[in-house]
Unconditional design. Structure first.
Length: 174
């Protein structure tokens, strides 16, 4: 079953098998985080990372999964501050496995468990609220290569290999 979604102001990058949906107000750094994820994937610090869409993406729920795709007018384009709009490899669709909320008003040093997930389009998705002044890439990378256990972060078996995706079954690189 498919739930019709909408075009939203966000960027998305597929990292491994799942996409990171990057939300936040204008100027919060969505495009910068998207580019940082792509570069970290190319450097081998994360699984391969490919742009889904920058600035606006389309969300749909299909068979209980939140799917993201670029809006046609912006497919394959990314804003690089200081260089302008650039062409970039992209994928036409990905399943969202993690949401990064930039400039999140509920960001905390030790967020409560309820802040670390969100219902979006009828699907529960892991979420990272990121406050102003914090570099988002290390938080996203940490979420992708660690797992929460008893309230403390414990390395997964793949942490030593610098990749893995064990924040939840929703984002596991299956």
């Amino acid at each position: 079953m498919m739930t019709q979604g909408a075009s939203v102001h966000a960027s998305a990058v597929r990292v491994g098998a799942r996409a990171v949906l990057i939300r936040g107000p204008s100027g919060a750094g969505k495009s910068r985080l998207a580019l940082d994820l792509i570069l970290a994937g190319r450097a081998g610090q994360l699984p391969q990372a490919v742009l889904v869409g920058d600035d606006r993406v389309h969300l749909d729920t299909v068979a209980g999964e939140l799917r993201v795709r670029p809006v046609p007018e912006l497919a394959g384009l990314i804003e690089v501050r200081g260089l302008g709009i650039r062409h970039c490899d992209f994928v036409e669709e990905a399943i969202v496995g993690l949401i990064a909320d930039l400039a999140a008003p509920d960001a905390e040093r030790l967020p409560p468990p309820e802040a670390l997930s969100i219902h979006l389009n009828g699907v529960m998705i892991p979420r990272i609220p990121i406050g102003n002044g914090y570099a988002p890439l290390p938080l996203i990378a940490a979420a992708l290569i660690t797992t929460a256990s008893s309230g403390a972060l414990q390395p997964s078996d793949d942490c030593g290999k610098r990749f893995g995706n064990h924040i939840s079954p929703n984002i596991a690189t299956d």
